[in-house]
Design a protein around this ligand. Structure first.
Ligand code: AMP
Ligand code: MG
Length: 312
């Protein structure tokens, strides 16, 4: 399960390697938010700032974890304890994104992931009754957005410390900070669900989030059927929208993360419709049969794909 993330991380880092040869750099690998995260910071103070980012990520994990009994989410779900104003804003942002995506992103499916066993090693297909009960609970779960939020917070921290070049891989969420000293764009690989070389490369200028949601990131198999972790809020079942992954490129990390999950549920057609009425993100869709589509502003290379153009 985690193998994919590690392979992707290697792919991203290989693409990046050698881009700023003379500069001082620090790379930290941490396990946080149930995934492997890599923080790579260039320039003076790189060690201190990379450590500060690692500490911040850990703190955000503690604050937003579904299972940590001290977290905002746990206290809200289990003790009806309201978060402070700052954290409430983050929940409000998630709900606004849910509305924007017609409910495809639903940050209140907590118990649904639970009955499928995605938070434990005891994954299994639940009964219809268990799913209905879980849907009715409406428990908060920020798992679809919080890594993106963490990326944008990390970027802010790094920029405030005068770091002008850094790249973070937060378990499939790539956050770029500033630009490479060579002046070239950042290159981020789109993971091949079956492993091996990336399917394609996205070029990114400046500080941005490149976030992928895919059916290969967390899954289990039962009776020969594969069940993944991205749920259709209508059914409480793993979404079957004909996609294998969606990558979103956006200046705002939480939006990138929330939209990647939502677009995965919406599928290519509805995803395209949402993009047509938006101007804050680009997307790359990988279909289950391997075909690829990219919105016209996504700087994708190294693969064959169909461009999605603006209709007006
Ligand atoms: P991501 O990997 O960002 O696509 O987010 C997937 C995670 O978000 C899952 O592990 C669940 O915790 C949660 N989740 C699953 N389906 C949804 C959904 N439709 N809307 C919001 N959160 C979801
Ligand atoms: Mg997401």
């Amino acid at each position: 399960m985690k193998k994919g993330i590690v392979a992707f991380l290697i792919a991203v880092m290989c693409l990046f390697a050698g881009c700023a040869p003379a500069e001082k750099s620090e790379t930290l690998t941490v396990f946080c938010m149930d995934t492997v995260m890599e923080i790579r910071v260039f320039g003076e103070n790189c060690t201190e700032t990379a450590r500060a980012v690692a500490a911040m990520l850990q703190e955000l994990d503690n604050t937003w974890s579904y299972t940590n009994e001290d977290s905002v989410i746990y206290r809200l779900n289990n003790h009806k304890e309201n978060p402070n104003a700052e954290n409430q804003k983050i929940l409000d942002f998630a709900m606004a994104l849910s509305e924007r995506t017609g409910g495809a992103l639903d940050p209140r499916l907590g118990d649904v992931s639970e009955v499928w066993g995605f938070r434990s090693e005891r994954q299994r297909v639940p009964t219809r009754e268990e799913i209905e009960n879980a849907l009715a609970q409406r428990k908060w779960d920020m798992g679809a957005l919080i890594k993106g939020y963490a990326g944008q917070q990390a970027a802010q921290l790094l920029l405030s410390e005068n770091i002008t070049c850094a790249i973070l891989n937060l378990g499939g969420n790539v956050q770029t900070v500033g630009s490479k000293s060579s002046g070239e764009p950042w290159l981020v690989g789109i993971q091949n669900p079956s492993g091996g070389e990336p399917l394609g490369i996205i070029s990114v200028e400046g500080t941005a989030s490149v976030v992928t949601s895919g059916d290969y990131q967390r899954y289990f198999e039962q009776d020969g059927v594969r069940y993944h972790h991205i749920m259709d809020p209508q059914t409480g079942m793993p979404s079957r929208s004909g996609l294998s992954s969606v990558t979103v490129i956006c200046r705002d990390g939480m939006t990138a993360d929330g939209l990647s999950t939502a677009l995965f549920v919406m599928g290519l057609e509805q995803g395209n419709a949402l993009w047509q009425e938006s101007d804050d993100f680009e997307a790359v869709f990988v279909l289950s049969d391997g075909r690829m589509y990219a919105t016209e502003g996504a700087a994708l290379s190294g693969c064959e794909y169909e461009v999605i153009h603006r209709e007006k």
